[in-house]
Design a protein around this ligand. Structure first.
Ligand SMILES: Nc1ncnc2c1ncn2[C@@H]1O[C@H](COP(=O)(O)OP(=O)(O)OP(=O)(O)O)[C@@H](O)[C@H]1O
Ligand SMILES: [Mg+2]
Length: 582
């Protein structure tokens, strides 16, 4: 039971720790995604701001040129003007003038600004927009080395369009530095899969990392998801943003990156803290579980032990009083009350039983006394009558002699009753020893067969040859044979056969005495073993024969049993070979 509680606690804690770990990890990933989204938004705003600045600058210059016709007509003067602006610290990386066809006529930017027609694919939409409306802004990749955002504005001479001013801001490492400063995320700009600018040096990337980065920024769906990449040997989360030109075509790819190691470290620290809390929680829960289970199962164990003791008959067993006022305390109290009442009832039962035994004994003594009085009463009356007749002296000497002989016969009968009673009530004094059961039976037959009841009776005795000597009181067993054989002969009034048989069972000898008499009537079957119960006329039977035999057999560890029908009766009993230690 304790193990089950502990397992449940461990399982619950394990599940909750796993859930917490998953949520924590997910939370860190969401934090990284949020940071990357903020970085991407910052990039968008900065680019918009650059475009806005370029537009303002072109407008200003276009108005300036229109106000000075010599600038519009003279390319050298225009170039000087633009260089002057640049030298004065005008905020633009690219500053040039174009003719009506888009060819550069003057420029103040580095040489790579060159001829716009070098990158027609990107400039055309920008230029055609400007050609149509007089001004345009957008993103263009001017040359292989750089990516910039640009604006173009037409300038006029005497009210006629005379050319265009072009202003651009390069998206370079400095731009990447600004993004990093503002958002804490790194910025990477790739053009045609190659690094163009970034706050992380592209030179520090291994070829595999470069390839993985190029693949990540150009893969379909890259805009939606953030990816994990290794850059310069360090883990990063990255999010990619497309940079489009004026016609909406992808001009370059940008990526914002967030170092994953910080997040991973924070993640690790949080997981370690969570693990420590889980272990502590587990230890606490285990301790609490053990304490609770001890508090609950300990008293239940005591209760079970006491229940077992009571079921084994020790009604004085009690559940120890733990001084608890909860359900277990109530249960223990109720159990103790129950055993107390059981003990009281058992005592009462014992008292009643003792009373019953006592009254049973008294009844038995009364019955015995009545039997004795009845049996002895008749011969004593006869003796008293004969004695009176002798005293009257009115009879002849022959009659006196007959009276004396009657008195002697009745007195003999009384003596027999008394000796039978003694036999019934106390041990014979006969010694316990091994005896041949066949010989005891033969001796009994010899003794009784002289009686007149045996004149037409045949006795057949048949004992198995392997019956060993039996440990018994020989005279008593002989007495049993005599009583049973005598009863059998008396039952077969007109003569018949008596069969005495002996057989061997594993540890005892089985004996039966069978006659061909009328059987024992059903209504007296349960009385024939009672002392003084007889159906024979006075002076013939005392009714003690079977009760004496029953007692002797019982004393020897056996049981005298009756089987009777209209064609005869069988009395059988068994004796243990080793005796019953009686
Ligand atoms: N083999 C038998 N067949 C039929 N009835 C029997 C047999 N043995 C005993 N009884 C009945 O059981 C009664 C009791 O027998 P028990 O031997 O105790 O006394 P008893 O023979 O009447 O007198 P006692 O043996 O003292 O001379 C008998 O009176 C008789 O009615
Ligand atoms: Mg008898």
């Amino acid at each position: 039971m304790v193990a089950a509680v502990v397992s449940i606690v461990v399982l619950a804690l394990g599940c909750s720790a796993a859930a917490w770990m998953y949520l924590l990890k997910r939370n860190f990933e969401l934090m990284a995604a949020e940071e990357l989204a903020a970085g991407a938004e910052a990039v968008r705003l900065k680019i918009q701001e650059r475009v806005g600045r370029a537009e303002l600058t072109t407008r200003f210059i276009a108005r300036d040129i229109a106000a000075s016709p010599e600038l519009a007509s003279d390319a050298d003067a225009l170039a000087m003007y633009l260089k002057g602006l640049k030298a004065a610290g005008f905020d633009a990386d690219l500053l040039s003038a174009l003719d009506m066809d888009g060819a550069t006529t003057a420029h103040a930017a580095p040489d790579w600004a060159g001829d716009m027609r070098g990158e027609p694919a990107f400039l055309d939409p920008l230029f055609s927009g400007a050609a149509a409306s007089g001004r345009s802004a957008g993103v263009a990749v001017c040359l292989p080395e750089v990516v910039c955002v640009e604006a173009i504005e037409a300038f006029y001479l005497n009210g006629t369009k005379a050319g265009y001013v072009r202003v651009g801001h390069v998206l370079d490492d400095a731009f990447a530095g600004e993004i990093k400063l503002a958002t804490g995320t790194d910025y990477l700009l790739l053009r045609r899969g190659r690094g163009a600018a970034g706050s992380i040096s592209f030179g520090a990337l291994t070829p595999e990392e470069s390839a993985a980065l190029a693949g990540a920024v150009s893969s379909p769906g890259a805009q939606a998801a953030s990816a994990r990449l290794s850059l310069g040997g360090k883990p990063y989360f990255i999010k990619t943003i497309e940079l489009k030109d004026a016609a909406g075509r992808v001009a370059a790819q940008q990526a914002v990156a967030r170092g994953a190691s910080d997040i991973q470290r924070a993640e690790r620290e949080a997981l370690a803290a969570l693990a420590a809390i889980s272990v502590l929680g587990l230890a606490f829960a285990l301790a609490l579980g053990l304490l609770t289970s001890k508090r609950i199962f300990g008293p239940l164990g005591e209760l079970m032990k006491t229940v077992r003791e009571v079921s084994e008959g020790r009604l004085d067993a009690r559940v120890p009083d733990g001084g608890r006022d909860d359900e277990i305390g109530e249960l223990s109290g109720a159990f103790n009350d129950m055993t107390r009442s059981l003990l009281d009832r058992a005592g009462e039962l014992e008292r009643r039983q003792a009373q019953l035994i006592q009254s049973g004994k008294l009844a038995a003594i009364g019955e015995l006394a009545a039997g004795v009085a009845h049996e002895i009463g008749n011969p004593l009356s006869a003796i008293s009558g004969y004695a009176q007749m002798i005293q009257e002296n009115a009879h002849s000497r022959e009659e006196h002699l007959r009276f004396a002989s009657e008195i002697e016969r009745e007195a003999d009968f009384i003596v027999r009753i008394i000796s039978d009673l003694l036999e019934f009530s106390r041990p014979s004094g006969d010694e316990l020893k091994p005896a041949d059961i066949r010989e005891l039976c033969d001796a009994a037959i010899r003794t009784v067969s002289a009686h007149k009841a045996f004149t037409r009776v045949e006795i057949i005795s048949k004992f198995a040859p392997d019956i060993p000597l039996v440990e018994c009181h020989p005279k008593e067993i002989q007495q049993v044979f005599m009583n049973l054989i005598m009863n059998a002969a008396q039952a077969m009034n007109g003569g018949g056969r008596i069969r005495v048989e002996g057989a061997l069972a594993p540890d005892r000898v089985l004996i039966s005495v069978r006659d061909e008499g009328p059987g024992v009537p059903a209504h007296i079957k349960d009385k024939i073993f009672d002392p003084f119960f007889t159906t024979k006329p006075p002076g013939v039977g005392t009714g003690l024969g079977l009760s004496i035999a029953y007692r002797i057999v019982e004393k020897h560890g056996g049981r005298l049993e009756l089987e009777s029908s209209a064609s005869g009766t069988v009395f059988s009993f068994s004796l243990p070979l080793k005796g019953a230690g009686c």
